[in-house]
Design a protein around this ligand. Structure first.
Ligand SMILES: [Zn+2]
Length: 135
């Protein structure tokens, strides 16, 4: 509470965040739409046993996997954007959630949704790398 607000243009970053959120949602629905169109001929209509070749199934599964990965990434970014918009409301936007230092304005211009400064994110990445590494 006692901390002074960060001297950045909150409105500017709010617009950046909202534009990014809209772009991700648009791209996401476009990807889903394309995927449905591609999958439809396989799945709609009478599926005769002859059509269900192993190779066909394999390629469909692969497509769905790629889509799943994309969506997961986008969902995470959308969460980060929502959190960042909340911090704009709180007046804490631009401050690193971990070390409470200010996040560089150039970093925010490129990735306005990031909750951590470069140093803390680097450290967090290293920690999650060790967590993910096989024991
Ligand atoms: Zn930090």
């Amino acid at each position: 509470m006692g901390r002074p607000n960060i001297d950045i243009d909150m409105g500017h970053f709010q617009r950046l965040l909202e534009a990014k959120r809209a772009a991700i949602r648009a791209r996401e629905s476009e990807i889903r739409h394309q995927a449905l169109e591609e999958l439809a001929p396989e799945q709609v209509g009478e599926i005769s046993g002859a059509r269900l070749h192993q190779a066909d199934l394999g390629s469909d599964e692969q497509e769905i996997d790629i889509l799943g990965t994309l969506s997961e990434q986008n969902i995470r970014v959308l969460h980060e954007i929502d959190d960042a918009l909340e911090r704009i409301d709180d007046g804490t936007y631009g401050r690193c959630l971990s070390c409470m230092g200010t996040i560089g304005i150039r970093r925010l211009e490129v990735m306005p949704e990031k909750p951590l400064c470069q140093l803390c994110e680097h450290r967090a990445e290293q920690e999650s790398d060790t967590e993910l590494a096989p024991a």
